[in-house]
Design a protein around this ligand. Structure first.
Ligand code: G4P
Length: 523
């Protein structure tokens, strides 16, 4: 019973460049799961483009999204957990961390636009973690790129092998459907935003196909399929699970088309909860003792209720309500009387949850990103790296009477993963690094409203902060001495090199070949 509960779980994230159709696809998956009954019911977690300068508005929209941060539903005996990721690029770090809590990923690509910037960036995280990915090429009801060209583009841009498991019959106005290579069935297209279309088994060599899609398209489909068999190796699940090959599906999420093919294949081949690496050992999901880690903290923007929800990914065993668990960093026992689970868009209190699930724990400041909870064992889960920020500012105290508040506020906000704090070795000044301008505004506002502290930003021109290490202690010391005015410490006291430009970074890499430069904090 315990084993089968875990085995039937599939925990994944959908990623895409904004507007490719992530929200629409999520909604359609929920529709199949019976979790919702009409399309349009999922509150979009999408941040409207018009609001980019108004981050309060963005936070409001993010507030709505607490419930949709994780969406669980049942489908064909499987418990599926979709972890939502913010679309706005300024929250990319949130997305990176969410990707550490999933066992697989579905990438949505717009058929007309192909691989876009945000997708490329997120794929790097999947590659780093060897996360199995499936690709859904969306918007086939519109004119898009030639499917073969798209496959080449996916392979080249995402750095992964591809294998089509469904194939479109024409596109745009002439779109007639998809042939499900995996199940050898034909799914004819009828634009319909609500109805789930039926598929029929069809013999490719029979005249039935010609009758269904017309002679020309039937001939083209046969030729295309022959070409696919010639060019691509037969699909092997092992290559998908090892993250070497991504199966590709074509369809139109808006028209609920090609989505069932994706979902049916997904539940069959996507991995059940996988082992998770802790510093001490690898933790198997089927171990009886509960373990988990915090991968996301959602703050309440209302200053009168300074409470958060800590999202915990269960790595092993069963989590139970009101059972004491050990918070490793604080070495303290905590019991949770109202843990929440997420079904469809509802947040509800749960008594138990299993490896693969996400539980939300109400928190008043005890948790930081990356914290481990266990039934007692001392473990520290790895794999929540910080990524090199891209924007930097000195942060100064603007109200000398409130320096304690500022310290505390910064400490907590950094613990939530809002941004990263570095201390300059040369002058002791504090530097905040982010992936987008919005975070500076969020920090300033929250420090003032939640902690009564005021900050002043001072610009600095930095290209990148990277973590450095070397097997040669003397070489490391020499580097730190020579580059003293460019050295900083991160929150854990590790050495960080502040490169002022791409050129200077390149020069440093060339001149100091015994030093390794890292762009994530975990290496
Ligand atoms: P995102 O979460 O990845 O940002 O994308 P989202 O699902 O919100 O979709 C972006 C836009 O693309 C939406 O249109 C949506 O209706 C449309 N779309 C999604 N799937 C398909 C598809 O298969 N075919 C076509 N033709 N369009 C699709 P919008 O006008 O921006 O928003 P809305 O007013 O329709 O909600």
């Amino acid at each position: 019973m315990f084993e089968s509960e875990i085995n039937r779980r599939r925990t994944f994230a959908i990623i895409s460049h904004p507007d490719a159709g992530k929200t629409t696809l999520t909604e359609k998956l929920l529709l199949f799961g019976g979790a919702i009954h009409v399309a349009g019911a999922v509150k979009s977690n999408k941040i409207k483009k018009t609001a980019t300068s108004d981050w309060m508005e963005i936070e409001k929209q993010r507030g709505i999204s607490v419930a949709t941060s994780v969406m669980g539903f049942e489908y064909e005996g499987h418990k599926i957990n979709i972890l939502d990721t913010p679309g706005h690029q300024d929250f990319a770090e949130d997305t990176f961390r969410t990707l550490t809590a999933v066992d697989s990923v579905i990438i949505v690509v717009d058929a007309a636009k192909g691989v876009e910037a945000q997708t490329r960036k997120l794929m790097q995280v999947c590659t780093m973690r060897k996360t199995p990915v499936m690709i859904f090429v969306n918007k086939m009801d519109r004119e898009g790129k030639d499917p073969f060209d798209l496959l080449d583009e996916l392979e080249a841009e995402l750095g992964i092998g591809v294998r089509p498991l469904s194939w479109p019959i024409n596109m745009g106005q002439k779109f007639k459907g998809v042939y499900n290579i995996y199940q050898e069935k034909l799914n004819l297209y009828t634009p319909n935003k609500q109805r789930i279309s039926e598929t029929v088994a069809v013999d490719l060599n029979s005249t039935q196909l010609d009758e269904m899609v017309g002679e020309d398209d039937a001939r083209k489909l046969r030729d295309d399929l022959e070409l696919i068999e010639g060019v691509y190796n037969p699909f092997d699940v092992k290559n998908y699970l090892s993250a070497d090959v991504a199966p590709v599906f074509f369809g139109s999420a808006l028209n609920t088309f090609g989505v069932k093919e994706l979902l049916d294949c997904f539940i069959e081949i996507a991995p059940a909860p996988l082992p998770v690496a802790a510093q001490e050992r690898s933790v198997e999901p089927h171990e009886e003792a509960f373990t988990g880690f915090v991968f996301k903290i959602h703050a309440n923007m209302d200053p009168n209720h300074r409470s958060c929800i800590a999202f915990v990914k269960i790595c092993s065993g069963k989590f139970e309500r009101n059972v004491p668990y050990r918070h490793i960093r604080l070495d303290k026992q905590f019991k949770f009387s109202s843990p929440t689970a997420f079904m469809a868009q509802k947040k509800e209190t749960v008594d138990e949850a299993y490896a693969g699930d996400i539980v939300g724990l109400p928190d008043t400041g005890n948790f930081k990103i990356g914290d481990t909870l266990t039934a007692g064992e001392t473990l520290h889960f790895k794999g929540l790296p910080s990524f090199s920020p891209e924007m930097f500012k000195y942060v100064e105290n603007a109200d000398p009477m409130k320096s304690k508040q500022l310290q505390k506020g910064l400490d907590q906000l950094m613990g939530e993963g809002v941004a990263q704090l570095f201390t300059h070795q040369n002058n002791g000044r504090k530097i905040i690094g982010t992936v987008g301008q919005l975070q500076f505004e969020v920090i300033e506002y929250r420090l003032l409203h939640e902690y009564g502290a005021q900050v002043r930003w001072e610009p600095m021109s930095l290209y990148k902060a990277c973590w450095i290490e070397s097997d040669d202690a003397a070489a490391l010391e020499n580097f730190k001495k020579r580059k003293f005015q460019y050295m900083a410490k991160d929150k854990d006291g590790r050495d960080v090199f502040l490169a002022e430009s791409g050129y200077l970074l390149q020069m440093a890499q060339q001149d100091f070949d015994k030093i390794r430069f890292h762009f994530t904090s975990e290496f």
